[in-house]
Ligand binder design. Structure first.
Ligand code: HEC
Ligand code: HEC
Length: 357
């Protein structure tokens, strides 16, 4: 009898002490409500600018492994900054560009806030309070955990493979330790990111968080002067010369080598950078013009010559460029092509880009 009592006490103690380790999170006040007009505007902006990668229904993973924009844990822990910052400034070196007017547009700061809150209200999540304190842990042990459990999707160096680039400097600058920790603990609902709260100990979640943080370098969003946007008379490069004469694979794609050779031999071309304008501002292929995937084509096609070779590219590597070129084809443009590897592939092969100073 006595033995049973001791066992029972020990079990009770274990349960209580375990419960006291598991974190509890306080709720936080919800953010402001949007007026009907603001909500309608935000919904329209979402549709125009975000569905290409994040999906009609915010489900994510439509193109480029763009994350879900409706998972409960993201909106519990990430509003406003983990939403507002990437949507404003982008994540440098990933297909996620910035949309704020200050970096090239098209959204005003008010619109960016409204879109952030619209996404929050759509998600149905309740905000929780997270500590601002750094998460302390054993970085070495965290690295082991990371390589075993995380690298297959997030990449050995956090560069992102099928999942966000956890080592990305703009993400690390914007996301607090506890935000990262919460994502690991709770996962991201309805995505491949599982909850690790029952897989790893709380201590190991701290360790892996500390490891991810150790990759940060103190990156800051730089203020850069905006370049003037080329005017239609500047669209065609080498207007006096011949179009390139190349074999397109699948009737559409050129390789970086083919494009570079055509540039070197001064062929006549129009290069369309179909990404959001802020990333064109940062770095682009020489001679390209910003022609974002959300451009109003009805207005813009009149400025595109029908006789010159048009080459579109993005970082997707092709989603945005394909989307534009399909529409141009429907409008009767015959000389269209898409850069197969996208601008990141182009850069990885060592071909040059023009960068902002
Ligand atoms: C099976 C693939 C897979 C594995 C394994 C995996 N993740 Fe993820 N992770 C994802 C995906 C996909 C997302 C994006 C989910 C979404 O759509 O929101 C994600 C999101 C995250 C986020 C949120 C990032 C952000 O900016 O919101 C963090 C943090 C994270 N993972 C950390 C980890 C850690 C740490 C591990 C290992 C303990 C791990 N993940 C293992 C696929 C994975
Ligand atoms: C060209 C594809 C593309 C478009 C268009 C795009 N995104 Fe993204 N977005 C991504 C990718 C890819 C990531 C993940 C980058 C990474 O961290 O590796 C991302 C990340 C994000 C994140 C961070 C989410 C998280 O879990 O950390 C937010 C918020 C976001 N995008 C919002 C938006 C909004 C709002 C729009 C429209 C204004 C938009 N995005 C348009 C590709 C895109």
């Amino acid at each position: 009898m006595k033995k049973y009592l001791i066992v029972l006490l020990a079990v009770t103690y274990a349960v209580i002490s375990h419960a006291s380790i598991a974190k509890t999170y306080e709720k936080q006040r919800p953010p402001r409500q949007l007026t009907d007009e603001q909500a309608a505007n935000a919904a329209a902006n979402y549709k125009k600018y975000c569905t290409l990668c994040h999906g009609e229904n915010r489900e994510g993973h439509v193109n480029d492994h763009a994350p879900s924009l409706r998972s409960k844990s993201l909106f519990e822990s990430g509003v406003p900054h983990a939403i507002l910052r990437p949507l404003s400034y982008g994540r440098e070196g990933t297909p996620m560009g910035g949309y704020l007017d200050e970096v090239g547009g098209p959204l005003t700061l008010d619109e960016a806030w409204d879109l952030t809150y619209w996404l929050f209200w759509q998600s149905g999540a309740e905000r929780i309070k997270l500590s601002e304190d750094p998460v302390k842990g054993d970085v070495k042990r965290g690295e082991q955990i990371y390589q075993q459990n995380c690298a297959s999707c997030h990449g050995q160096d956090g560069e992102g493979i099928t999942a966000p680039a956890l080592g990305n400097q703009s993400a690390l600058a914007h996301n607090k330790d506890e935000f990262i920790r919460y994502a690991i603990e709770k996962g991201r609902q309805d995505t491949p990111m599982q909850a690790f709260e029952n897989v790893l100990s709380a201590e190991d979640i701290d360790n892996v968080t500390a490891f991810i943080r150790s990759k940060a370098s103190g990156w800051k969003q730089e203020k850069m002067p905006l370049r003037p946007i080329p005017t239609p008379d500047q669209y065609v490069v080498n207007p006096q010369n011949e179009n390139p004469d190349w074999e397109l694979s699948e009737g559409r794609y050129v390789t970086s080598e083919q494009l570079y050779a055509a540039m070197q031999t001064k062929k006549k071309m129009v290069l369309l950078d179909t990404r959001v304008t802020s990333v064109w501002q940062r770095a682009h292929i020489e001679g390209s013009i910003p022609f974002p995937y959300y451009s109003n084509l009805e207005n813009r096609v009149k400025d595109l010559p029908r006789d010159a070779q048009i080459v579109a590219y993005c970082s997707c590597p092709r989603a945005a460029a394909d989307y534009i070129v399909e529409q141009l084809e429907d409008m009767g443009f015959d000389n269209t092509a898409v850069l197969y590897e996208g601008i990141f592939g182009w850069m990885n092969k060592g071909f040059p880009v023009t960068r902002s100073e």
